[in-house]
Design a protein around this ligand. Structure first.
Ligand SMILES: Cc1cc2nc3c(=O)[nH]c(=O)nc-3n(C[C@H](O)[C@H](O)[C@H](O)COP(=O)(O)OP(=O)(O)OC[C@H]3O[C@@H](n4cnc5c(N)ncnc54)[C@H](O)[C@@H]3O)c2cc1C
Length: 386
């Protein structure tokens, strides 16, 4: 449709071929019963797409973030859903940046092959979503173990992950100078933990996202599973956020592309009053407007990736990219439903499914308001609002 796909054309072509094996009917069946797309994730893993950000010395392909963005964008643009496994690409970044040489050697090669799935990220709690440092899950030292107690919520893919990167408080809040201190990142091996202090309970949501509540009841985890230094976990989580935001923004660009292509196709085909509905500006303009939004967001994703890859601070660009891309994909989704009239609500058209799926990205992994707060405070220097 457009000349957008200029970077990584071979990767995009191969990913699109793989995705063609998983058409709308595949996703519709899973959506009905809220099941995990195991075959799809296995295919991506075996093709090596989920390990592109892992350096070659650990068995990945050591590609830059724009390659990962191209993969996720393509997955979404073909109508598939990378939300089932996108975190396998980036959660490992915390181990890569902050883990000890022994930890990296032990885990990264296995994550690269997919033998170990590290795609559960335990940060949000029932009482602390946006306000992360208010979290209450504790990890208390007892000999060579941490003893973990508390609860996480919205831990996506927990039932389909071997490991979880957990953020827990290791020093009580009243013993730290700042609320951002005393939090630690710990790698939890969920295979050993289930039934021994770890319980996972799926949450049914408006889309098929395999997200869960996770309960910790005196769960023992070896101290050697601490990632980096004790007490610096919040900083480590922040370090990974730009990558996550850029990659999810790329997924939104893919979603927006899918919606726009669907809208254009239908608006040309559907005849009402003896002419294609797309001939009416009332139908064409919302598609054109949301496409314009999408293209602007696409440029910001590219700029964010460029800065990230050149080692510059990409905070502003990653946040803006995530916000604009999530809003653009939603505008494209809205135009697509409206263009399809009644058929926008029919399951067989996939529009309603994608509409539900793309809505998430204005709330998670960070909500639009919090991005606006970031821009206000950290970019524009306005007073902090909370
Ligand atoms: C399907 C799904 C999957 C998720 N997956 C994960 C995961 O894998 N791991 C994980 O740790 N978390 C996950 N999350 C959690 C997600 O990151 C949080 O839902 C998100 O950060 C918002 O937190 P909250 O839901 O507690 O909302 P709250 O913090 O309660 O906020 C509610 C609303 O108030 C607004 N608000 C709050 N404070 C302010 C303020 N100061 N100024 C302006 N507006 C404000 C917010 O923007 C939001 O719109 C997931 C969530 C969902 C729904």
């Amino acid at each position: 449709m457009t000349e957008n796909e200029t970077d990584y054309p071979e990767i995009r072509e191969e990913v699109a071929k793989l995705c063609a094996r998983f058409p709308g009917a595949y996703w519709r069946e899973l959506d009905k019963i809220r099941a995990y797309p195991t075959e799809f994730v296995t295919a991506l893993t075996e093709a090596g797409y989920l390990s592109v950000l892992i350096p070659e010395e650990y068995g990945g392909s050591g590609l830059p973030i724009s390659a990962a963005a191209a993969i996720l964008e393509t997955i979404q643009a073909t109508g598939c859903n990378g939300g089932a496994c996108h975190a396998q690409m980036y959660i490992m970044g915390t181990i890569l940046r902050h883990g000890s040489p022994e930890m990296k050697a032990e885990y990264l090669p296995q994550i690269a092959t997919g033998a170990l799935r590290l795609q559960a990220f335990g940060v949000t709690e029932p009482g602390s979503g946006t306000d992360t440092t208010a979290l209450r899950t504790t990890a208390r030292r007892d000999g060579d173990d941490f003893v973990i107690n508390g609860q996480k919520i919205w831990t996506s893919r927990a039932e389909h992950s071997d490991l979880m990167l957990l953020l827990a408080r290791t020093t009580p809040r009243n013993e730290t100078a700042r609320k951002t201190e005393g939090l630690s990142t710990i790698l939890v091996d969920m295979r050993e933990a289930i039934g021994h202090g770890l319980t996972i309970k799926p949450i049914r949501t408006m889309m098929n996202h395999n997200t869960c509540e996770v309960f910790f009841d005196d769960l023992r985890v070896p101290v050697k599973n601490l990632v980096g230094e004790e007490g610096r976990g919040f900083r480590y989580i922040l370090d990974g956020m730009n990558a996550e935001r850029l990659l999810i923004a790329a997924e939104c660009i893919g979603d927006g592309t899918w919606f726009t292509e669907k809208s254009v196709h239908y608006a040309k085909e559907r005849q009402v009053f003896g002419r294609p509905i797309g001939q009416n500006q009332g139908v064409a303009f919302p598609i054109a407007r949301s496409y314009a939004q999408l293209q602007a967001a696409r440029l910001m994703v590219r700029e964010g990736c460029r800065r990230y890859e050149s080692g510059q601070n990409a905070g502003e660009q990653a946040n803006i990219a995530k916000m604009l891309a999530a809003e653009a994909s939603w505008a494209c989704a809205e135009a697509c439903v409206q263009t399809h009239g009644g058929f926008g609500f029919a399951e067989d058209f996939d529009v309603e499914r994608k509409f539900r799926e793309t809505r998430l990205y204005q709330v998670a992994p960070i909500s639009t308001n919090l991005i606006l707060s970031y821009i206000s405070e950290h970019v524009l220097g306005l007073p902090r609002s909370y």
